[in-house]
Design a protein around this ligand. Sequence first.
Ligand SMILES: Nc1ncnc2c1ncn2[C@@H]1O[C@H](COP(=O)(O)OP(=O)(O)OP(=O)(O)O)[C@@H](O)[C@H]1O
Length: 236
Amino acid sequence: MSEPVIEAKVLSKRYGQKQAIDQLTLQVERGSVTALLGANGAGKSTFFRMVTGLVSPDSGELTVLGRAPGWQTNRQIAYLPDRARWYKQYTTEGTLRFGEQFLPGFDSGLAKKMAEQMHLPFEMPVQGMSKGQEARLMLILCVCRDVPLIILDEPFSGIDGASRAAIMDGLIDAISERQQTLLLSTHEITEAEGLFDNVLFLSKGHLRFSGSAEALRAEFGSIDRLARQLSEEEQL
Ligand SMILES: Nc1ncnc2c1ncn2[C@@H]1O[C@H](COP(=O)(O)OP(=O)(O)OP(=O)(O)O)[C@@H](O)[C@H]1O
């Protein structure tokens, strides 16, 4: 196997009394679509913030694209944080222009195509958009970038069920032509699991379970079923 895109070794992070990440050891395989799953508070967003250098670990080692997280690695990462909001005065068109001017690797042709597919009004400012429309715009800003690593923290939250399938198809199209790694978290496992190559389950800040999506599906029937099983065991 080639060098992993992300490698965490015995990584820990505490907020006051709360151990958000607890001796976490994991790898994200290059070129894979990897899902980071787990219950609310399992540590997914904290881990993404560490990968993007926004939060520093208390202990352990973290390597991203072969080096410690920082501005050099961030130029090669397209990151959609959870609860992301965009500038209210920007229209769809203005946002795509921003992407073209300021975001490394931004493919404006693909972005326009995705905006049309997702029925985003070109002239509408963000302040007139629904939550789901704004979420789509943010998603486009991330996935239309030719960078080695895309990180999406709950990209489908706020997007209605009927639109999700179309958006996931768009996502597959966008990343399939490039050798990119996509790391994402989601609670919409049933709908998204067709995207996954590998799955990492976090529980209370540590790696509870991991494997290839195919092997896990063969063993448990579906990733969603496995997630439910792990969650039930956690409640015991
Ligand atoms: N800035 C912070 N200050 C204090 N506690 C925090 C902070 N950020 C996260 N936490 C705590 O760390 C734990 C992990 O939170 P995190 O947001 O990483 O979980 P998550 O898996 O992304 O959850 P969700 O699925 O709800 O988004 C939680 O208990 C949370 O309350």
